[in-house]
Structure formats: C-alpha cells, structure tokens
Design a binder for this molecule. Structure first.
Ligand SMILES: NC(=O)c1ccc[n+]([C@@H]2O[C@H](COP(=O)([O-])OP(=O)(O)OC[C@H]3O[C@@H](n4cnc5c(N)ncnc54)[C@H](O)[C@@H]3O)[C@@H](O)[C@H]2O)c1
Length: 394
C-alpha cells in the first residue's frame, strides 16, 4: 500500500488523488495531511481515507511521525516554494502543484534547494504529458516539420471568469496570469521545440474588461444590476456562457485591483525566442466563452506544419512538399486532455521506482523564469532575457 502525505488538501489536489491517481493505483491511502482547514480537507477525503488519516501541524511532523512513502503539495501558489524547499530535504518522491514559484526570489531559492537534493519531483504540468502533445513531439522527432523554426501557442480560455470571480482573482497569490496560466503553455512549447525560451517581449491588457469600481466584496446576490449583468448566475445560465454556478463575487469590483496595484490581465501575449534560434508567439485571452475555446499549438519548419487543438482533440499534419495531409483524432472525455492521468502514471511509477518524471523540478523552474520575464516585459515594454536553470548570474 502507498502512504501519501499531503500538504494543502484542496480542491485541485483532492480531485487528482481521488480520481486519476487512485485509478492508476487503487491500493493507496492519504495517511497524513497538513492543512489548517481540517473540516474542509476532511470533506474532500475519499471514504477509504477518512478513518485513519492523521492531521499534522507541520511537514516535519508529517514526515517523522506519519512516515509517508511520498509527498504531495497542493496549496495555493505562494506556498508551493516554501513547502517544496522543506520537502527537498526528505528525498521522498514529490508531486508539486504549479506554478512552482511566483517570484524570482522564490524560483532562485527553489533552484538552490534542489541542486543538492535527491528528491524527484513530478510537477503538475498535464499539458506537457497530454497524449496529443506527446504525439506532436514524436512527429517532430521523426522529422515531420524538418527543423522546428516557429511555434504559435493559443489559449482562448472559456472559463477565464474564474480568474476574476473566484479566489484566483487574488493577485498577491497568483501574481498574474503568465505565472498562473502560461506556465503550462510555455512549458509544453519548450518541450515541443526541445529548446528553452531565452528572450521574450510581452504585452498585457489590464482593466479594460474586468475590474472596475463596484464595491469590494460585492456578490451578485446583493447587486441591483443582476438582472441585466451578463455575469450574473441567471444570465450566464440563460446565455449558456459559463458552466452552471452559483452566487459569486463581482468581476467589476475594485478589489480585483488596478494596473498600478497589480491585477490579473484580460489578455496577454508574448513574442518568444528559443535557445535554438527558433521563434514563437503565444496569446492567452480570458474573456472568451463557449465555442471560442482553443488551446494548442502550430509548429512549422521548412518541411511541414503540425497543429493541434485540445478542444477539438485533433492534430493536423501537413507535408509542405508532398501532396498529403492527415487529421488525427483522439478519444474524448479525459481530464486535462488526458494529461492528469499521465501525471498520475508518472507519480505512481516514480514512487514504485519504475518510471522517471517527465515533468521534473527543472521544467517547473524554467517555466517560472520564462513567465517572470514575460511579466516584467509586459510591465516595462522591453525585451527581457530569461534566466536559465543552472546559469545563475550569467
Ligand atoms: N496543474 C493544474 O492544472 C492546476 C489546476 C487547478 C489548480 N492548480 C493549482 O492548484 C493550487 C491549489 O488550487 P485549489 O483551487 O485546489 O485551491 P484550494 O484553496 O482549493 O486548495 C488549497 C488548500 O491549501 C490549504 N492551505 C491553506 N494554507 C495552508 C498552509 N499554510 N499549509 C497547508 N495547507 C494550506 C487550504 O486550506 C486548501 O485546502 C493552485 O496553486 C493552483 O494554481 C493547478
């Protein structure tokens, strides 16, 4: 039986443990938890874990007294680094939520902590290991495009309101949507191009759609404009513009922040240069809905173009110099486009000593360095060089 110790047993990590990880290894128990919200965490436990789980005040106590076989960090973003730095001391297999850090100080400290550590990490990057992305990389390796010279990454998020009417609106925790969202996309784009991002020029639009002057803490249930507002639960339901949901915080509230104090962006984009010399473009849009949903990439070289979209679940392969084009379809209905199940296989494989992580700590840190450079570039309107893992100070 695998004994898991979990730090921050919140909504994302409980879903991942209770479904894909348990699907891969049913003989697994959550035996220890560090989470100040014990009733909330308990309510998310599977029946088989409720009886024996022990709540601990600290990670050290969880490891010493609870003797887990592996650790999982599922807290919100600002706590990933401090807990991961502590976890690095124990050499236990670690599953770490993204973004692995949310400031340069955190990312650099994380890199220093893991340099001497034997702790193997599965960073929670489902897109890199999602089957459609892996297939694209296999085709690239087989020469489908020749030398990959350009990549276009698109992310039209159909549930982007979650970054404004839910706890992800808290900028001091998210530090903006390059770190919160593009960390996945920059990571899988580097994987596909087999090259690190070394320079970015980014732009972001803040406060043009979301944010505003409605009172802090206002909810739709208290708002006199709920009948006409497109974001009220009633109108979202009627217009089929979001997943059904209940009362929520106002998307036009002053507590979302301002461009000066910091706030999540309505949309943001980056021009990207890779170490190989290849170039790319990435765009993420958070007010799109319904059939506007798109997430995926187009990779081109002299010999061909590959493009895939996780929402249509299709990969298109075009040969530039032969009269053949293929469209490949993938099965539907898998969490995070099949990536969560693949992360579960990697984590269980790591614990059982049968597999290596495909999303190691270095991938998590390198992606954060690219996101921090994009964030800085959008603020300063300058090209910014991306710090590279292993090259501090150069
Ligand atoms: N990889 C992905 O695709 C993906 C998807 C969704 C969310 N996430 C990430 O997952 C993380 C968690 O998001 P969530 O929506 O599950 O949040 P959540 O609020 O549901 O979960 C966080 C948990 O941490 C606990 N916590 C708070 N302070 C703590 C502390 N000091 N020590 C230990 N635990 C503490 C909370 O009580 C809560 O149970 C975020 O960083 C988010 O970016 C990743």
């Amino acid at each position: 039986m695998i004994r898991l110790g979990v730090i921050g047993f919140g909504s994302r990590i409980s879903d991942l443990i209770n479904y894909p990880i348990r699907e891969v290894e049913p003989d697994l128990r959550v035996t220890g938890i560090v989470d100040p919200d014990e009733p909330g965490a308990r309510s998310r436990l599977a029946d088989c874990d409720k009886q024996d789980v022990v709540f601990h005040d600290t990670l050290d106590d969880l490891v010493r007294r609870g003797k887990p076989d592996a650790l999982v960090i599922g807290t919100r973003c600002h706590l990933h680094t401090p807990y991961a730095i502590e976890a690095a001391k124990y050499d236990l297999p670690l599953f770490l939520e993204k973004p692995v850090a949310n400031t340069m100080e955190q990312a650099a400290a994380l890199e220093r902590a893991f340099e001497p550590s034997k702790c193997q990490v599965v960073v929670s990057f489902p897109l890199r290991v999602a089957p459609l992305c892996v297939l694209a990389r296999e085709y690239i390796d087989e020469g489908a495009v020749g030398s990959p010279e350009h990549i276009l990454g698109l992310n039209y998020v159909p549930y982007g309101t979650a970054y404004f009417d839910h706890q992800y609106r808290e900028y001091e925790i998210t530090q903006g949507l390059f770190l919160q969202k593009a960390t996945h996309d920059f990571d899988y784009m580097m994987y596909l191009m087999d090259s690190s991002i070394v320079r970015v020029a980014a732009m972001a639009a803040w406060g043009r759609i979301f944010g505003g002057d409605k009172p802090a803490g206002l909810r739709c249930s208290q708002c006199s404009e709920a009948d006409t507002c497109l974001e009220s639960p009633e109108n979202r339901k009627r217009n089929r513009s979001s997943e059904p949901g209940g009362d929520h915080l106002c998307l036009f509230g002053e507590d979302i922040g301002t461009p000066e104090t910091g706030m999540n962006e309505d949309s943001s984009s980056a021009l990207i240069e890779f170490a190989s010399g290849a170039q790319g473009v990435y765009t993420q849009v958070f007010y799109s809905r319904r059939d506007a949903a798109t997430r995926g990439a187009t990779i081109s070289g002299y010999h061909g173009t590959l493009g895939f979209d996780w929402y249509t679940n299709e990969l298109r392969r075009v040969r530039h110099h032969r009269p053949f084009s293929d469209t490949i379809r993938m099965d539907e209905g898998l969490g995070h486009f099949g990536g969560d199940l693949e992360l579960a296989y990697d984590f269980v494989g790591l614990i059982e000593g049968k597999a290596a992580s495909r999303t190691p700590i270095w991938a998590g840190i390198q992606s954060v360095y690219a996101c921090l450079a994009a964030k800085e570039s959008a603020q300063t309107r300058q090209f910014v060089n991306v710090r590279q893992v292993g090259q501090a100070g150069t």
